[in-house]
Each structure stands twice: as C-alpha cells, then as structure tokens.
Ligand binder design. Structure first.
Ligand code: AMP
Ligand code: ZN
Length: 478
C-alpha cells in the first residue's frame, strides 16, 4: 500500500509525495501555553506523533517544527479580547513570561510521558519576533494590509482565493458579523497581523514596530516560523479541525500573498475529542488533564492507546469506561510481549521450524501494521492486526513461536505506535524464576499445599502463574 493521507486542501485521500524524495518537512500548530493542556489537546499531538512515526517507517527523514504560542493568542478568534498569556498572568499573579515558561515546561513533560517524539524544532513565538515583523513588512510592501487604530490588518479581499480552503461563505460572514465587529475593519474576515498595545497600557510582552509598542497576531507566528525554518513551501501542515476556517485559512492567505507559492502541499486535520459526548469546556469541568487521569490510576500510555483506537478524522468520545478498556487491552498486550522472555531455544533449529507449518511466523504481521497505517493513518486497523496476531500467539504453544520475528513485531509496534511494549515488559528476576521452578516441582510431586503457597508468594511480587496444556506461563498482575 502506498502511503496516502486525506488532504484538506483537496478534500481527497491522496498519495503522499514529498518535495525532496526521502525527506519530509512538517509543521504542527503547537500549544498555547497559558494553562495545563486537557486530554482533547493531547489527542492532536498523539496523532501527529503517529504521523511522524509512520513517515519514519516509510524511510523518510523527517524535519518537523512545532511552535509554542507564548504570545498573541487572543481569547476571541475575532482579534479582540485579552491575550491568553496576559490573562493567565493575571490569574496566577505572575508575569506572562513566567506563565509561558511554566506551561511550556509542563507541556514538554507531558510529551515525554506520552512517549511523543520531540520535533526537531520547538519554536517559541517570542523567539521569532524579527521574522514575524519581516513578514508583516513584506505584506505591507506588497499592499495587502491596512492600518487601523488597534493594529495592522490583512485585507482578505485582496487575496481572491481566501474562501477556498475552508469553503467559506464570505457574504454570510459579512451578514452575520457580530455586534462587536470592529467597525474600522474593511471585511469581517480581515485579521490582525500586528496589534498595538492600547494607549496607556503596558503589556508584559511587547515590541517596537511602526513607532509603537505592539505584539504579533496569532496567525502570523505560524507562517513566519514555518518559513524561517522549513522554507516557503512545506510538505505537510497539521492542526485541529477548529483551525480550518480561521487560523489555517489566514496562514495560507498571508504566506501565499507574501511568497507567491503554495504554502503547504498537504494539510492534515484531527477531529475533536468529546467527553461523555459533550464538548470539552472549562465551565463544565470536563477538560481532564493527564494528571487527573493518573490520579484515577491510568497511565499516559493507557490514554495513548485509547486515542489510537479511533481514526484521527473521526470525532472521539472519552469516557472512563473506554479508557479502562484501553488499559485492559494494553495490559493484555504487555503479557503477550512478556512471552518473549519465556520462549526458550527449543528443540528445533530455525530451518526445521520454518518447515513446520504450525510454527507461527510473524514477519508478515509487521508489514500488515505498516500497510494499515499507510492508509491515512489507519490506527484502528493496525490495532486489529495486532490483536489478531497476539491471539494466535496466545493460543499457540511457546515452542511454536519464532522468537526472532516476534521481537521484530514488537519493535514495529513500538516504533510506529509508541506503546513501549518492550520497555514496559522486563524479564522477571532470577529469584522469581527459581520460585516458579520450585512451585512447578511441587506441583509435579502433587504437593498442592506447597504449590499453592508458592503461587501466593509469587502473587505478592505481582507475578501470576498460568498453566496451559503444555507449559507454565508467568504474567504481570494488573
Ligand atoms: P490550543 O492550546 O488551545 O491552541 O490548542 C492546542 C490544540 O488542541 C489545537 O491543535 C486544537 O485544535 C486542539 N484541540 C483543542 N480542543 C480539542 C479537542 N477537544 N479535541 C481534539 N483537539 C483539540
Ligand atoms: Zn498555527
């Protein structure tokens, strides 16, 4: 299966071809660091991490940028209201800089806990102010902007294809422009490239431009950072579906107006996660954080598997029952992964095994996982392939499993889905191995009392014993 993705730009699932063969540039809209991310926010980063892993499995050399929005993201998408960072600062009695630093650190910690591969560049908007000013200046010079009391705006009527990306109905937008619509704006869809600090105010974060103090609009940071690091045309740009009508539409308009070339060849968008079929919202208190999940006994990797159970383009629904199912599935998978420690070099040589048609070879399974993922990140299908292979392993005698291809399968699962099956399933200690032998000897001698005592002792070390027809298997207790 060739690698293909749904491209929002064309509305179709398309074969992926990068600009430079073997290399791929990706830009991911990153977090606004004014508060703890909720599980809905993490969904986006888990899927884009999977995208990176799938590209790597297809031998691409990935160069990825993620920004950190630490300035300029206003509470309202209509370019007014307070800056989220300044609001966070007031809430916490800190400066906007301190708030940004604290939540950036927290975000990076969460990435690690979820096993997300760190992008090659994590770019803070405040570190790229000169790049943003340069881009605004370029748009001024090309005649795409106008200045009003509160800032410099992009005139969307000068970019004829403005409505195309999101299939916007601009007439309806004009008619429906809300009462608070800034009367100085020429069109309802015009957006701020640069905002001026209101007269008499002092912001924590402000810079000089056009003889005044001010700060960048939210959209400009993504265009400026992407271009500065990755060039004028990207292979892939990712974000949430909420970004399509405003943020990404604006990124395209300002980038393509400035450079005259397509900004990104592929646009991938993740759908949203709901909680109990309800939109996540602060006021409902359903914006759980990773810490909330941990306090209820769920690990970040349980959550990661829960997310991978749905396709990135489908709306997800979080419930603690669904999370519990994912946790159980991961636990069962870990016990299958632990079987690799229990396959001993058996009586047969590899060639004899290969001749034996009852030997479970897993080489084709690794390929089937990659094929499923290559089809527009088919994570639910990939998980199904794993379930089927693991069920075959669980049914078979250990001596029939080809250890080499089993380990290779686990490596494929870990590298593409980031579930850390290998790292989370260490072998048991020699002491426990001895205890298992002792228990088996007691059982062979029909010394049931001793055998039961040993079983209980092992349980205290979180190891359970299971006897099959032909062998005794140990498992981790949940
Ligand atoms: P923010 O930090 O608010 O800029 O949002 C970070 C990312 O989370 C963006 O890519 C959003 O599209 C995404 N996002 C926000 N809410 C949800 C949700 N409920 N489900 C999935 N993604 C979300
Ligand atoms: Zn962005």
């Amino acid at each position: 299966m060739t690698l293909q993705f749904h491209n929002t730009l064309t509305g179709e699932v398309e074969k992926f071809e990068s600009i430079v063969p073997g290399k791929v540039s990706i830009y991911t809209c990153g977090p606004t660091v004014y508060d703890y991310p909720h599980i809905g926010n993490w969904v986006a980063y888990i899927y884009w991490d999977t995208l990176v892993r799938v590209l790597m499995a297809n031998n691409y050399d990935v160069n990825r940028v993620m920004n950190i929005t630490d300035v300029g993201h206003l509470v309202s998408d209509a370019d007014d209201g307070e800056d989220k960072l300044e609001k966070g600062a007031r809430r916490e009695g800190k400066t906007a800089w301190e708030v940004a630093e604290f939540y950036t650190e927290d975000f990076l910690k969460g990435m690690k806990q979820l096993g997300l591969i760190k992008p090659q560049f994590i770019a803070k908007a405040t570190d790229y102010i000169p790049d943003q000013i340069k881009l605004v200046q370029k748009l001024i010079d090309k005649g795409y902007t106008y200045q009003i009391d509160d800032g410099i705006y992009f005139d969307t009527s000068k970019f004829p294809t403005y409505a195309d990306f999101a299939h916007l109905d601009l007439d309806a937008q004009k008619a429906g422009a809300r009462v608070e619509f800034n009367q100085q704006k020429r069109n309802a869809s015009d957006f701020a490239l640069w905002k001026f600090t209101p007269a008499g105010e002092k912001r924590d974060m402000e810079w000089d431009f056009e003889d005044k103090k001010g700060f960048p609009g939210w959209h400009i940071e993504c265009s400026a950072i992407a271009m500065s690091i990755l060039g004028d045309t990207l292979d892939i740009h990712t974000g949430g579906i909420d970004h399509i009508p405003v943020h990404h539409t604006n990124e395209i308009a300002q980038s393509e107006a400035a450079n005259g070339v397509i900004f990104s060849n592929y646009w991938l968008h993740n759908n949203h996660l709901k909680v109990n079929n309800t939109k996540i919202s602060k006021s409902l208190g359903n914006g759980y954080t990773l810490k909330d999940l941990q306090e209820k006994g769920f690990s970040p990797l349980d959550f990661r598997l829960f997310v991978l159970q749905s396709n990135y383009r489908k709306e997800g629904n979080f419930t603690f029952d669904n999370l519990q199912s994912a946790k159980n599935r991961l636990h069962n998978w870990r016990n299958i992964a632990a079987l690799r420690h229990q396959i001993h070099d058996t009586l047969q040589s590899e060639t004899e095994k290969a001749k034996d048609d009852k030997t479970i070879s897993l080489l084709a399974t690794s390929q089937a996982i990659i094929e499923a993922l290559n089809d527009d990140l088919g994570t639910p299908q990939a998980l199904k392939v794993i379930d089927e292979a693991f069920a075959r392993i669980a049914r078979s005698s250990l001596s029939r499993i080809d250890r080499q291809s089993f380990i290779q399968l686990l490596e494929t699962i870990d590298s593409t889905l980031g579930l850390q099956l290998i790292d989370s399933t260490p072998d048991i200690s020699d002491k426990i191995k001895k205890e298992i032998i002792e228990r088996n000897n007691a059982r062979d001698k029909k010394d049931w009392k001793k055998s039961d005592e040993m079983r209980d002792k092992l349980l205290k070390s979180n190891i359970a014993i299971r006897d099959t027809n032909s062998e005794t298997i140990w498992e981790y207790q949940q």
